[in-house]
Design a protein. Structure first.
Ligand code: URA
Length: 427
Protein backbone atom coordinates (compact mmCIF):
# COMPACT_ATOMS: atom_id res chain seq x y z
CA UNK A 1 0.00 0.00 0.00
CA UNK A 2 1.26 3.47 -0.88
CA UNK A 3 2.34 5.60 2.08
CA UNK A 4 0.29 8.72 2.86
CA UNK A 5 3.26 11.14 2.97
CA UNK A 6 6.83 11.47 1.81
CA UNK A 7 9.11 11.82 4.83
CA UNK A 8 11.50 14.07 2.89
CA UNK A 9 8.68 16.65 2.47
CA UNK A 10 8.01 16.51 6.21
CA UNK A 11 11.69 17.02 7.08
CA UNK A 12 11.93 19.88 4.56
CA UNK A 13 8.80 21.60 5.96
CA UNK A 14 10.23 21.61 9.48
CA UNK A 15 13.75 22.45 8.28
CA UNK A 16 12.34 25.59 6.63
CA UNK A 17 10.44 26.61 9.78
CA UNK A 18 6.99 25.39 8.73
CA UNK A 19 4.26 23.79 10.81
CA UNK A 20 3.55 20.04 10.61
CA UNK A 21 -0.10 18.99 10.32
CA UNK A 22 -1.73 16.49 12.70
CA UNK A 23 -1.89 13.96 9.83
CA UNK A 24 1.82 14.40 9.03
CA UNK A 25 2.79 13.91 12.69
CA UNK A 26 0.57 10.84 13.13
CA UNK A 27 1.98 9.33 9.98
CA UNK A 28 5.68 10.02 10.67
CA UNK A 29 5.56 8.55 14.20
CA UNK A 30 3.65 5.50 13.03
CA UNK A 31 5.87 5.01 9.97
CA UNK A 32 9.01 5.28 12.13
CA UNK A 33 7.62 2.69 14.58
CA UNK A 34 6.89 0.38 11.61
CA UNK A 35 10.41 0.86 10.23
CA UNK A 36 9.23 2.63 7.03
CA UNK A 37 10.93 5.89 8.08
CA UNK A 38 14.63 5.27 8.74
CA UNK A 39 16.77 6.29 11.73
CA UNK A 40 18.67 8.82 9.60
CA UNK A 41 15.38 10.45 8.53
CA UNK A 42 13.97 10.64 12.06
CA UNK A 43 17.35 11.99 13.26
CA UNK A 44 17.15 14.75 10.63
CA UNK A 45 13.57 15.57 11.64
CA UNK A 46 14.54 15.69 15.36
CA UNK A 47 17.37 18.10 14.51
CA UNK A 48 14.98 20.28 12.48
CA UNK A 49 12.58 20.32 15.48
CA UNK A 50 15.51 21.12 17.80
CA UNK A 51 16.43 24.15 15.68
CA UNK A 52 12.93 25.31 14.56
CA UNK A 53 10.81 24.31 17.62
CA UNK A 54 7.18 23.11 17.59
CA UNK A 55 4.05 25.05 18.51
CA UNK A 56 1.63 23.89 21.21
CA UNK A 57 -0.67 22.04 18.79
CA UNK A 58 2.28 20.20 17.20
CA UNK A 59 3.59 19.15 20.65
CA UNK A 60 0.15 17.82 21.66
CA UNK A 61 -0.08 15.87 18.39
CA UNK A 62 3.49 14.51 18.72
CA UNK A 63 2.72 13.35 22.27
CA UNK A 64 -0.61 11.75 21.30
CA UNK A 65 1.01 9.98 18.34
CA UNK A 66 3.66 8.47 20.62
CA UNK A 67 0.96 7.32 23.08
CA UNK A 68 -0.95 5.75 20.16
CA UNK A 69 2.19 3.80 19.13
CA UNK A 70 1.68 1.37 22.03
CA UNK A 71 -0.45 0.20 24.95
CA UNK A 72 -2.07 2.30 27.65
CA UNK A 73 -2.76 1.24 31.21
CA UNK A 74 -5.96 1.79 33.15
CA UNK A 75 -6.11 2.11 36.92
CA UNK A 76 -9.78 3.11 37.05
CA UNK A 77 -10.78 -0.28 38.52
CA UNK A 78 -8.74 0.41 41.68
CA UNK A 79 -10.68 1.47 44.77
CA UNK A 80 -8.15 4.29 45.40
CA UNK A 81 -7.10 7.43 43.54
CA UNK A 82 -3.74 7.23 41.71
CA UNK A 83 -1.01 9.82 41.72
CA UNK A 84 2.53 9.72 40.39
CA UNK A 85 5.68 11.81 40.39
CA UNK A 86 8.28 12.26 37.69
CA UNK A 87 11.66 13.91 38.06
CA UNK A 88 13.57 15.19 35.05
CA UNK A 89 16.65 13.66 36.71
CA UNK A 90 19.38 14.86 38.99
CA UNK A 91 22.40 13.80 41.03
CA UNK A 92 21.57 12.14 44.35
CA UNK A 93 17.87 12.35 43.47
CA UNK A 94 16.47 9.40 45.42
CA UNK A 95 13.17 11.14 46.27
CA UNK A 96 11.02 8.43 44.63
CA UNK A 97 12.18 5.94 47.27
CA UNK A 98 10.76 7.62 50.40
CA UNK A 99 8.01 9.50 48.51
CA UNK A 100 6.00 6.53 47.15
CA UNK A 101 5.61 4.85 50.57
CA UNK A 102 4.95 8.21 52.27
CA UNK A 103 2.09 9.07 49.89
CA UNK A 104 0.69 5.51 49.84
CA UNK A 105 0.51 5.55 53.66
CA UNK A 106 -2.48 7.90 53.14
CA UNK A 107 -4.41 5.27 51.14
CA UNK A 108 -3.44 6.64 47.73
CA UNK A 109 -2.04 4.38 44.96
CA UNK A 110 1.36 5.41 43.58
CA UNK A 111 2.24 3.50 40.38
CA UNK A 112 5.79 4.58 39.55
CA UNK A 113 6.89 3.06 36.29
CA UNK A 114 10.58 3.91 36.03
CA UNK A 115 13.65 3.40 33.91
CA UNK A 116 17.30 2.62 34.45
CA UNK A 117 19.95 5.29 34.68
CA UNK A 118 21.92 6.43 31.66
CA UNK A 119 24.76 8.93 31.99
CA UNK A 120 25.45 10.86 35.19
CA UNK A 121 21.96 10.66 36.76
CA UNK A 122 21.09 7.42 38.53
CA UNK A 123 18.07 5.24 37.76
CA UNK A 124 15.51 4.41 40.42
CA UNK A 125 15.42 0.73 39.41
CA UNK A 126 19.21 0.47 39.73
CA UNK A 127 18.98 1.87 43.25
CA UNK A 128 16.24 -0.53 44.41
CA UNK A 129 18.04 -3.49 42.83
CA UNK A 130 20.77 -3.07 45.46
CA UNK A 131 18.22 -4.47 47.98
CA UNK A 132 18.70 -8.27 48.12
CA UNK A 133 15.88 -10.09 46.30
CA UNK A 134 14.05 -7.01 44.95
CA UNK A 135 12.62 -7.46 41.42
CA UNK A 136 11.84 -4.61 39.00
CA UNK A 137 9.66 -6.65 36.62
CA UNK A 138 6.07 -6.88 37.79
CA UNK A 139 3.31 -8.33 35.54
CA UNK A 140 0.27 -6.03 35.17
CA UNK A 141 -2.15 -8.19 37.20
CA UNK A 142 0.34 -8.35 40.09
CA UNK A 143 0.93 -4.59 39.79
CA UNK A 144 -2.80 -3.98 40.27
CA UNK A 145 -2.86 -6.32 43.31
CA UNK A 146 0.06 -4.50 44.97
CA UNK A 147 -1.49 -1.09 44.28
CA UNK A 148 -4.78 -2.20 45.82
CA UNK A 149 -3.03 -3.75 48.81
CA UNK A 150 0.13 -1.84 49.83
CA UNK A 151 -0.40 1.07 47.44
CA UNK A 152 3.09 1.84 46.14
CA UNK A 153 4.96 0.15 43.31
CA UNK A 154 8.20 1.06 41.59
CA UNK A 155 8.49 -1.16 38.54
CA UNK A 156 10.16 -1.33 35.14
CA UNK A 157 7.99 0.35 32.51
CA UNK A 158 6.93 -2.40 30.07
CA UNK A 159 8.17 -2.26 26.49
CA UNK A 160 4.57 -1.68 25.34
CA UNK A 161 4.21 1.88 26.69
CA UNK A 162 4.99 4.51 24.02
CA UNK A 163 7.42 2.30 21.98
CA UNK A 164 7.91 5.17 19.50
CA UNK A 165 9.40 7.25 22.31
CA UNK A 166 11.84 4.47 23.22
CA UNK A 167 13.13 4.36 19.65
CA UNK A 168 13.25 8.15 19.27
CA UNK A 169 14.89 8.70 22.67
CA UNK A 170 17.68 6.23 21.85
CA UNK A 171 18.26 8.14 18.60
CA UNK A 172 18.23 11.57 20.31
CA UNK A 173 20.80 10.30 22.78
CA UNK A 174 23.36 9.75 19.99
CA UNK A 175 22.47 12.77 17.80
CA UNK A 176 22.69 15.69 20.31
CA UNK A 177 18.92 16.27 20.31
CA UNK A 178 18.04 15.38 23.91
CA UNK A 179 17.98 18.87 25.44
CA UNK A 180 15.08 20.24 23.42
CA UNK A 181 11.91 21.36 25.24
CA UNK A 182 9.23 20.01 22.85
CA UNK A 183 11.04 16.67 22.52
CA UNK A 184 11.68 16.26 26.29
CA UNK A 185 8.13 17.30 27.20
CA UNK A 186 6.47 14.96 24.69
CA UNK A 187 8.81 12.09 25.62
CA UNK A 188 8.13 12.30 29.36
CA UNK A 189 4.43 13.05 29.08
CA UNK A 190 3.67 10.36 26.47
CA UNK A 191 4.90 7.73 28.94
CA UNK A 192 3.10 9.25 31.93
CA UNK A 193 -0.21 9.71 30.09
CA UNK A 194 0.02 6.15 28.66
CA UNK A 195 0.69 4.87 32.20
CA UNK A 196 -2.83 6.00 33.15
CA UNK A 197 -2.22 7.90 36.40
CA UNK A 198 -5.01 10.36 37.23
CA UNK A 199 -2.67 12.93 38.81
CA UNK A 200 1.00 13.78 38.32
CA UNK A 201 3.53 16.02 40.05
CA UNK A 202 6.65 16.88 38.06
CA UNK A 203 9.96 17.70 39.74
CA UNK A 204 11.78 19.77 37.13
CA UNK A 205 15.43 20.06 38.10
CA UNK A 206 17.38 23.25 37.39
CA UNK A 207 21.15 23.66 37.47
CA UNK A 208 24.48 22.15 36.48
CA UNK A 209 23.41 18.54 37.15
CA UNK A 210 20.11 18.86 35.23
CA UNK A 211 19.01 19.04 31.56
CA UNK A 212 17.80 22.56 32.17
CA UNK A 213 20.67 24.79 33.29
CA UNK A 214 18.65 27.98 33.87
CA UNK A 215 15.37 28.85 35.53
CA UNK A 216 13.62 30.33 32.47
CA UNK A 217 14.27 27.21 30.37
CA UNK A 218 13.06 25.01 33.23
CA UNK A 219 9.90 27.12 33.61
CA UNK A 220 9.19 26.75 29.88
CA UNK A 221 9.66 22.96 30.09
CA UNK A 222 7.46 22.71 33.19
CA UNK A 223 4.73 24.88 31.60
CA UNK A 224 4.73 22.71 28.45
CA UNK A 225 4.48 19.46 30.45
CA UNK A 226 1.80 20.76 32.86
CA UNK A 227 -0.34 21.89 29.88
CA UNK A 228 0.16 18.57 28.07
CA UNK A 229 -0.90 16.62 31.18
CA UNK A 230 -3.96 18.76 31.97
CA UNK A 231 -5.09 18.78 28.32
CA UNK A 232 -4.94 14.95 28.35
CA UNK A 233 -7.04 14.73 31.54
CA UNK A 234 -4.15 14.08 33.97
CA UNK A 235 -4.23 16.66 36.81
CA UNK A 236 -0.63 17.92 36.59
CA UNK A 237 1.57 20.36 38.55
CA UNK A 238 5.30 21.01 38.66
CA UNK A 239 7.88 22.12 41.18
CA UNK A 240 11.17 23.60 39.99
CA UNK A 241 13.98 22.48 42.30
CA UNK A 242 17.69 23.23 42.59
CA UNK A 243 20.20 20.83 41.01
CA UNK A 244 23.43 22.86 41.16
CA UNK A 245 24.43 20.79 44.19
CA UNK A 246 23.62 17.08 44.67
CA UNK A 247 20.47 16.30 46.62
CA UNK A 248 21.19 14.90 50.09
CA UNK A 249 24.58 13.59 51.13
CA UNK A 250 24.79 10.25 49.35
CA UNK A 251 25.11 9.48 45.62
CA UNK A 252 25.10 5.93 44.24
CA UNK A 253 22.75 2.96 44.29
CA UNK A 254 22.96 1.27 47.74
CA UNK A 255 24.12 4.57 49.28
CA UNK A 256 20.92 6.29 48.11
CA UNK A 257 18.77 3.47 49.52
CA UNK A 258 20.62 3.93 52.83
CA UNK A 259 19.85 7.67 52.86
CA UNK A 260 16.20 7.08 51.91
CA UNK A 261 15.91 4.81 54.95
CA UNK A 262 17.19 7.69 57.11
CA UNK A 263 14.33 9.86 55.75
CA UNK A 264 11.78 7.08 56.31
CA UNK A 265 13.03 6.80 59.89
CA UNK A 266 12.23 10.49 60.47
CA UNK A 267 15.80 11.81 59.92
CA UNK A 268 17.90 12.47 56.83
CA UNK A 269 19.34 15.65 55.31
CA UNK A 270 17.15 18.79 55.34
CA UNK A 271 17.12 19.39 51.54
CA UNK A 272 15.98 15.83 50.79
CA UNK A 273 13.30 15.95 53.50
CA UNK A 274 12.04 19.33 52.24
CA UNK A 275 11.63 18.17 48.62
CA UNK A 276 10.10 14.83 49.66
CA UNK A 277 7.53 16.51 51.92
CA UNK A 278 6.65 19.25 49.43
CA UNK A 279 6.12 16.74 46.59
CA UNK A 280 4.08 14.51 48.92
CA UNK A 281 1.78 17.43 49.86
CA UNK A 282 1.26 18.27 46.16
CA UNK A 283 0.53 14.64 45.24
CA UNK A 284 -1.85 14.15 48.14
CA UNK A 285 -3.73 17.36 47.41
CA UNK A 286 -4.25 16.27 43.78
CA UNK A 287 -5.57 12.95 45.15
CA UNK A 288 -8.04 14.75 47.41
CA UNK A 289 -6.13 14.54 50.74
CA UNK A 290 -5.91 18.08 52.14
CA UNK A 291 -3.37 19.44 54.70
CA UNK A 292 -1.68 16.12 55.52
CA UNK A 293 1.02 16.25 58.22
CA UNK A 294 3.59 14.40 56.10
CA UNK A 295 6.51 15.21 58.44
CA UNK A 296 4.61 13.35 61.18
CA UNK A 297 4.00 10.34 58.89
CA UNK A 298 7.79 10.11 58.45
CA UNK A 299 8.44 10.45 62.19
CA UNK A 300 5.78 8.04 63.51
CA UNK A 301 6.79 5.09 61.29
CA UNK A 302 3.74 5.03 58.97
CA UNK A 303 5.85 5.73 55.88
CA UNK A 304 8.46 3.15 56.96
CA UNK A 305 5.73 0.50 57.35
CA UNK A 306 4.59 1.25 53.77
CA UNK A 307 8.19 1.00 52.54
CA UNK A 308 8.63 -2.45 54.12
CA UNK A 309 5.39 -3.66 52.48
CA UNK A 310 6.44 -2.19 49.12
CA UNK A 311 9.86 -3.88 49.20
CA UNK A 312 8.45 -7.24 50.34
CA UNK A 313 5.71 -7.17 47.65
CA UNK A 314 8.48 -7.21 45.02
CA UNK A 315 10.56 -10.00 46.61
CA UNK A 316 12.99 -7.77 48.53
CA UNK A 317 14.15 -8.25 52.10
CA UNK A 318 13.85 -4.92 53.92
CA UNK A 319 15.98 -6.26 56.80
CA UNK A 320 18.90 -7.56 54.70
CA UNK A 321 22.11 -5.53 55.03
CA UNK A 322 22.91 -3.39 51.98
CA UNK A 323 26.11 -4.18 50.08
CA UNK A 324 29.21 -2.11 50.94
CA UNK A 325 32.05 -1.24 48.51
CA UNK A 326 35.35 -3.10 48.81
CA UNK A 327 37.39 0.14 48.52
CA UNK A 328 37.06 3.68 49.87
CA UNK A 329 39.07 6.83 49.30
CA UNK A 330 38.74 10.06 51.25
CA UNK A 331 38.86 13.53 49.60
CA UNK A 332 39.97 16.34 51.90
CA UNK A 333 39.92 20.16 51.78
CA UNK A 334 43.05 21.57 50.12
CA UNK A 335 42.86 24.90 52.02
CA UNK A 336 41.08 26.69 54.88
CA UNK A 337 37.91 28.58 53.88
CA UNK A 338 34.20 28.31 53.21
CA UNK A 339 32.85 25.48 51.07
CA UNK A 340 31.11 27.51 48.36
CA UNK A 341 30.45 24.94 45.63
CA UNK A 342 29.96 21.18 45.30
CA UNK A 343 29.03 20.93 41.66
CA UNK A 344 26.26 18.42 40.90
CA UNK A 345 27.53 17.55 37.42
CA UNK A 346 31.13 17.03 38.62
CA UNK A 347 30.02 14.71 41.43
CA UNK A 348 27.44 12.96 39.21
CA UNK A 349 30.07 12.17 36.59
CA UNK A 350 32.49 11.16 39.40
CA UNK A 351 29.98 8.71 40.87
CA UNK A 352 29.27 7.34 37.40
CA UNK A 353 33.01 6.79 36.81
CA UNK A 354 33.26 4.99 40.17
CA UNK A 355 30.80 2.44 38.70
CA UNK A 356 27.37 3.68 39.89
CA UNK A 357 26.10 4.43 36.37
CA UNK A 358 26.34 3.02 32.88
CA UNK A 359 27.62 4.42 29.58
CA UNK A 360 25.56 2.06 27.38
CA UNK A 361 22.17 0.68 28.30
CA UNK A 362 23.44 -2.91 28.44
CA UNK A 363 26.28 -2.13 30.89
CA UNK A 364 26.04 -3.48 34.48
CA UNK A 365 26.15 -1.07 37.45
CA UNK A 366 27.90 -1.53 40.80
CA UNK A 367 25.38 -1.50 43.66
CA UNK A 368 28.04 -0.22 46.05
CA UNK A 369 29.77 2.55 44.06
CA UNK A 370 29.20 6.22 44.80
CA UNK A 371 30.05 9.23 46.93
CA UNK A 372 29.30 10.27 50.51
CA UNK A 373 29.40 14.00 51.21
CA UNK A 374 30.56 15.09 54.67
CA UNK A 375 30.31 18.89 54.44
CA UNK A 376 27.63 21.41 53.52
CA UNK A 377 27.70 24.45 51.26
CA UNK A 378 28.44 27.49 53.44
CA UNK A 379 30.35 25.46 56.05
CA UNK A 380 33.79 26.61 57.21
CA UNK A 381 36.39 23.94 56.52
CA UNK A 382 40.03 23.48 57.50
CA UNK A 383 42.82 22.20 55.23
CA UNK A 384 42.93 18.39 55.52
CA UNK A 385 39.31 18.11 56.72
CA UNK A 386 37.33 15.22 55.25
CA UNK A 387 34.88 16.40 52.53
CA UNK A 388 33.93 13.26 50.60
CA UNK A 389 34.34 9.48 50.74
CA UNK A 390 34.44 7.74 47.37
CA UNK A 391 33.26 4.11 47.17
CA UNK A 392 33.93 1.47 44.50
CA UNK A 393 34.64 -2.23 44.07
CA UNK A 394 37.21 -1.44 41.35
CA UNK A 395 39.88 0.92 42.77
CA UNK A 396 41.48 1.63 39.38
CA UNK A 397 38.45 3.91 38.85
CA UNK A 398 39.45 6.40 41.59
CA UNK A 399 41.79 8.43 39.41
CA UNK A 400 39.30 9.17 36.59
CA UNK A 401 36.55 9.88 39.12
CA UNK A 402 38.78 12.38 40.92
CA UNK A 403 39.54 14.18 37.64
CA UNK A 404 35.84 15.04 37.47
CA UNK A 405 35.23 15.62 41.20
CA UNK A 406 38.16 17.88 42.20
CA UNK A 407 37.28 20.87 39.98
CA UNK A 408 33.71 20.67 41.32
CA UNK A 409 34.81 21.45 44.89
CA UNK A 410 35.29 25.19 45.44
CA UNK A 411 36.53 26.58 48.75
CA UNK A 412 36.33 30.38 48.95
CA UNK A 413 36.82 33.16 51.47
CA UNK A 414 33.41 34.84 51.50
CA UNK A 415 30.28 33.36 53.13
CA UNK A 416 28.24 31.41 50.55
CA UNK A 417 24.71 32.54 49.64
CA UNK A 418 21.98 30.47 51.33
CA UNK A 419 20.67 27.68 49.10
CA UNK A 420 17.00 27.78 48.02
CA UNK A 421 15.78 24.28 47.18
CA UNK A 422 12.29 24.91 45.82
CA UNK A 423 12.56 27.60 43.16
CA UNK A 424 9.05 27.80 41.70
CA UNK A 425 5.72 26.03 41.35
CA UNK A 426 3.78 25.76 38.07
CA UNK A 427 0.08 24.84 38.17
N1 URA B 1 13.50 11.72 30.13
C1 URA B 1 12.72 11.20 29.17
O1 URA B 1 12.01 10.23 29.40
N2 URA B 1 12.76 11.78 27.96
C2 URA B 1 13.52 12.85 27.68
O2 URA B 1 13.48 13.33 26.57
C3 URA B 1 14.33 13.37 28.69
C4 URA B 1 14.29 12.78 29.91
Amino acid sequence: MAEQFDVVDIIRTKRDGGELSTEQINWVIDAYTRGVVGDEQMAALNMAIFIRDMNRREIVDWTQAMIASGDTMDFSTLSKPTTDKHSTGGVGDKVTLPLGPLVSSYGVAVPQLSGRGLGHTGGTLDKLESIPGWQADVPTDRLMEILEDSGAVVAAAGAGLAPADKKIYALRDITATVDCIPLIASSIMSKKIAEGTSALVLDVKVGSGAFMKDLDQARALARTMVDLGNDAGVRTRALLTDMNTPLGRKIGNALEVEESLEVLAGGGPADLVEITCELAREMLELAGVHDPDVEEALKDGRAMDSWRKMIRAQGGDPDAPLPVAAHQEVVTADRDGVLSELDALALGVGSWRLGAGRARKEDPVQATAGIEIHAEIGQEVKKGEKLLTLHTDTPDRFERALESIRPGIVIGDAPAAARTIILDRIV
